[in-house]
Design a protein around this ligand. Structure first.
Ligand code: C2O
Ligand code: CU
Length: 462
């Protein structure tokens, strides 16, 4: 993404907007949220052009902030106002299986006109998100996603708690979502669908005001289909406190890498006049938001004591670990020549042309009816993933969080557990988890085009 690519659509006139997310009231006296998935217009460019072919929840971009406390239920009635089936997945939540939102695996799709009630127990706090999980390569790209925050009594005290959902959209010259390129075989066989227009909370380079001297919590969420963001924070020291919702060892950082689906929580003390966020993933910094000290808001009243968080849990005992090999192959410039699809061994060219399948796990084209492994409830499992392709992949596990072990010390294994982990081309990672949640759980690439074309299978835990 070159800066000029971002700027081909609208060269000027991008106005600053509030970072505050739209909130919806819970229905009277009950704890029910209502989401309606439908066609809507979003002001992505910010000049009033209006991208008319978006699909949004409650006509809001991103979808409404859903916010509950740990230990509560998240109850959401989802109505499908689209002309195509949909479902909602609560990304990163260690959900009960029948509420996981994977069409044809954990529930039937929500047909047009229907409503489905999701009842999700919230056993952990942190920063999560929800998104469509039916044809997600198109539905998420059109805007069907929103933030989900779960508060905890132990959350560090802050003056401001800001959520920033980052996305790149592929817009045409009229500022509309580029319909024609959905399903492009080139995207599916390469890095996925990249956009040419960056938004944070549905707008470009938003600005928000904070109290001078404030302590902030910043929750970054990537809703991109495929792009790997690198968000640089200038103007203050940022301390990373959680990744993918889970606590990590507190660490000062300047740049946060966010692969599709990943989140990062930061604590920032506002000592200067402003904090500048930029995406530096292309080498050319691109504005991603500003936080401006505003004396009219009054002084910050929180004393900035050292951030003292519980340590992340130590890795599970590996003595009786069940190892599951995942040899990932396929895509352009790869070494996959043939793979098994629906029981037949087919050359990659045929798979691509006739079935739009491009990727395989252990020589088998994945999909959500294929079982990768059967696992006994309670077993400690290691997914030994070898990315034997020419592309990075953001591997996501449903229903569980995993520790990451890597051989390459420069690869920087995380200190806490994750639900999505970026594995560089040609490298390996060992994803370790305790299979303590019964059900059929997807393990797939969160580059959504890859997931659709073979890079995903099911782990059956019982
Ligand atoms: Cu966030 Cu299976 O997805
Ligand atoms: Cu991938």
């Amino acid at each position: 993404m070159q800066r000029r690519d971002f700027l081909t659509i609208a060269a000027a006139g991008v106005t600053a907007a509030s970072l505050n997310l739209p909130a919806i009231g819970r229905a009277n006296a009950s704890d029910l949220y209502r989401l309606k998935a439908g066609k809507a217009t979003a002001n992505l460019i910010g000049d009033g052009t209006g991208s008319k072919n978006c699909w949004l929840y409650n006509a809001s971009c991103p979808g409404p902030l859903l916010r509950r406390r740990k230990g509560e239920m998240l109850n959401v009635a989802v109505t499908n106002d689209l002309s195509t089936p949909t479902t909602v997945h609560w990304h990163g939540i260690r959900n009960i299986n029948e509420m996981d939102g994977v069409a044809h695996l954990t529930q039937p799709p929500i047909e047009p006109g229907e409503t489905f009630l999701y009842e999700v127990p919230l056993t952990e706090s942190g920063t999560y998100w929800y998104h469509a999980h039916t044809m997600s390569w198109e539905q998420v790209a059109r805007g069907l996603y929103g933030p989900l925050i779960i508060d905890d009594d132990d959350d560090p005290a802050v003056n401001h708690d800001f959520t920033l959902m980052i996305d790149d959209w592929r817009l045409d010259q009229d500022g509309q979502i580029d319909d024609a390129s959905f399903g492009s075989l080139h995207d599916w066989s390469h890095a996925g669908r990249f956009g040419n227009w960056l938004t944070v909370n549905g707008t470009s380079d938003p600005a928000v005001s904070a109290k001078p001297g404030a302590r902030l919590r910043l929750r970054l969420i990537s809703a991109a289909n495929a792009r790997i963001f690198k968000i640089k924070i200038d103007g203050a020291v940022a301390t990373l406190i959680a990744e993918d919702g889970a606590v990590c060892r507190a660490e000062q950082i300047e740049v946060v890498t966010l692969a599709p689906g990943q989140r990062a929580d930061l604590i920032i003390d506002m000592d200067g006049d402003s904090i500048i966020l930029q995406d530096v993933s292309t080498g050319t910094p691109y504005p991603a938001g500003r936080i401006i000290a505003d004396p009219n808001l009054g002084q910050a009243e929180i004393s900035k004591t050292p951030i003292n968080l519980a340590a992340p849990p130590p890795i599970a005992d590996l003595t009786a670990v069940k190892v599951i090999d995942v040899h990932m192959q396929g895509g352009a410039m790869g070494n996959l020549t043939e793979a098994i699809f629906n029981g037949d061994k087919l050359p990659l060219g045929t798979l691509a042309r006739e079935h739009k399948k491009l990727w395989a796990f252990n020589g088998i084209v994945g999909d959500y009816s294929q079982t990768l492994a059967e696992i006994q409830l309670g077993q400690v499992v290691a997914l030994d993933v070898f990315n034997d392709t020419a592309w990075p992949h953001a591997m996501h596990l449903h229903g569980h969080h995993f520790w990451v072990l890597v051989d390459d010390p420069t690869a920087g294994a995380p200190s806490g557990r994750r639900d999505t982990w970026l594995i560089a081309a040609g490298s390996r990672a060992r994803l370790v988890f305790v299979a303590d949640n019964p059900g059929l759980w997807l393990f797939h690439c969160h580059m959504l085009e890859h997931a659709a074309s073979g890079m995903g299978m099911v782990l059956a835990v019982s």
